[in-house]
Ligand binder design. Structure first.
Ligand code: IMP
Ligand code: MG
Length: 180
């Protein structure tokens, strides 16, 4: 099992599995509404997935415009939870086909908020791509259009995802199982 900075990390999805799946996702995206596509990566967690997915989009012949938005959840536990924009995109989404990219779909609150925001701003179509789907954790009636992998209810790290700001740089998705 890989040991990274004193922690055992059990790989869940390997770099090779992710690479192959990204190409399949790109082919699925190509078959959907992708004319004049505007891709919006939701920071921070999706930056590596988005970087790889847009290159897979290139490989299937698409040339998307790329934007970034930083969203943050607030409120925990018993406090009602919401999502807010920390840093916004620069482009106008009016009349555009928008593809939102995120790392994990969990409660659905982040992506529901982001999709509503883009539709309110006049996007003609909004689709959602996520690397991982934790279906059992859903709190909203929400599904993604393109899902990399169904994910068990573990807290995962790597490939852009962190625990306490660590492990984003790992080339695979894994679960921290304890001290090495
Ligand atoms: P939700 O769908 O609004 O609950 O948002 C899910 C977000 O929570 C993801 O975009 C991640 O930023 C974060 N998140 C959820 N589960 C994990 C995990 O296992 N590892 C790292 N971040 C996670
Ligand atoms: Mg996130």
């Amino acid at each position: 099992m890989p040991v990274v900075r004193g922690k055992n990390i059990d790989p869940l999805f390997t770099a090779e599995q992710i690479r192959a799946r990204n190409l399949e996702l790109a082919q699925d995206i190509l078959a959907g509404p992708c004319d004049d596509l505007l891709v919006i990566s939701i920071l921070k967690g999706s930056f590596i997935f988005a970087a790889d997915l847009i290159r897979a989009l290139h490989d299937v012949g698409l040339a998307p415009e790329v934007e970034f938005i930083t969203l943050s959840s607030y409120g925990t536990g018993t406090v009602s939870q919401g999502v807010r924009v920390i840093k916004d995109i620069d482009s106008d989404v009016k009349g555009r086909n928008v593809l939102l990219i995120d790392d994990i779909l969990e409660s659905g609150r982040t992506l529901l908020f982001a999709r509503e925001l883009m539709l309110e701003r006049g996007a003609s179509n909004v689709t959602i791509a996520v690397l991982l789907d934790k279906k059992n954790k859903r709190k909203e009636d929400f599904e993604a259009d393109y899902v990399g992998f169904d994910c068990p209810d573990y807290f995962v790290v790597g490939y852009g995802m962190d625990v306490a700001y660590a492990f984003r740089e790992l080339p695979f998705v894994g679960v921290v199982t304890g001290d090495a």
